[in-house]
Ligand binder design. Structure first.
Ligand SMILES: Nc1ncnc2c1ncn2[C@@H]1O[C@H](COP(=O)(O)OP(=O)(O)OP(=O)(O)O)[C@@H](O)[C@H]1O
Length: 294
């Protein structure tokens, strides 16, 4: 088991933030941790990595108790940039990690190239931009090639090029067998990274799996809506018609090409096809509708 969390409860004074979290991950994957501000994502990651104590429950990472100090070779945690030292350079930070992880310093150049920070590696961190600090944080957590990588808001402050680069690196690490758990508010980016999402709601985790998110919705604008509706009805396909007279159906319920062929046979022309991914944002809206409207 890569991650095994059972009945984890965490209270800050009277506020119960984590109300009994259970999580089991037994194969390498990318998992997103999503939830509104203050829902407990950072608290959960801090508890899992032994930076915070908790009130009840247990955590095992890579079959070891989360307090086992040997885990630091195999588990990395990207936290926010307040852990960085302004008076030190990026190189100094990476050299320190090499010394505690017993890695050759040749790794520094390699990882700096991988994240694209060679040009400012020797500058002091106090002169780094937010995005540059994120690059350094990323370099610091991947230099030891961890089996498990936990990341709290890694996309903060990244420009589109850096975000694309970060995504590429995370997907490469995943291909190499690393399990990655990433908290983020950037739902579009989450959609590009993974279909496995844990939503944090009311101190509990709701796991949403790949199947629920891999659907697409087609919205067709056709020359004759009423006749097109009859054809869909004949095929017993559930569909909707919106206020713009677009006919909508999900790709799981009908073979789109078959439907298009039927329309053509009946001389109904298709003027436009819009494809929507049913993704993290849609599910987020459903789960947190109340919070969004208040
Ligand atoms: N040290 C602390 N003392 C008391 N309460 C805390 C402490 N740290 C966090 N909290 C509270 O715990 C709750 C969860 O905070 P946490 O930072 O884990 O949320 P989050 O989901 O990571 O939020 P964000 O998306 O804003 O980063 C919040 O209500 C917060 O006020």
């Amino acid at each position: 088991m890569i991650i095994n969390v059972e009945g984890l409860k965490k209270r800050y004074k009277k506020q119960m933030v984590l109300k009994g979290i259970d999580m089991k991950v037994d194969s390498p994957q990318i998992i997103a941790l999503v939830g509104p501000n203050g829902s407990g994502k950072t608290t959960l990651l801090n508890c899992m990595t032994n930076l915070l104590s908790f009130n009840e429950g247990q955590v095992e990472l890579l079959e070891k108790k989360h307090t086992d100090s040997s885990l630091f070779h195999e588990v990395s945690y990207l936290q926010d940039n307040r852990i960085l030292y302004g008076s030190l350079t990026g190189y100094d930070h990476l050299k320190f990690i090499c010394s505690v992880q017993k890695l050759p310093t040749s790794k520094i150049k390699e990882v700096a190239e991988r994240v694209g920070m060679e040009s400012y590696l020797k500058k002091r961190v106090r002169n780094y931009s937010l995005g540059m600090k994120q690059h350094l944080l990323l370099a610091m957590v991947i230099i030891n090639e961890p089996r498990l990588l936990l990341m709290d808001e890694p996309l903060n402050g990244l420009d589109p090029t850096s975000a694309i680069n970060m995504r590429r690196i995370l997907l490469e690490l995943h291909d190499e067998g690393t399990t990655i758990m990433v908290s983020s508010h950037n739902l579009d980016e989450i959609d590009r990274l993974t279909n496995t999402i844990y939503f944090m709601k009311d101190g509990a985790l709701l796991k949403e799996s790949l199947e629920d998110f891999s659907t697409k919705k087609y919205l067709l604008t056709v020359s004759e809506v009423e006749r097109a509706k009859v054809i869909l009805e004949e095929q017993e396909v559930p569909f909707t018609v919106n206020k713009d007279y677009q006919i909508g159906f999900e790709d799981t319920v009908v073979d789109v090409q078959t439907f298009i062929d039927r329309l053509n046979e009946n001389d109904i022309s298709i003027q436009d096809i819009e494809i929507q991914k049913i993704g993290a944002e849609k599910r987020y809206r459903e789960l947190f509708e109340q919070e969004l409207s208040s």
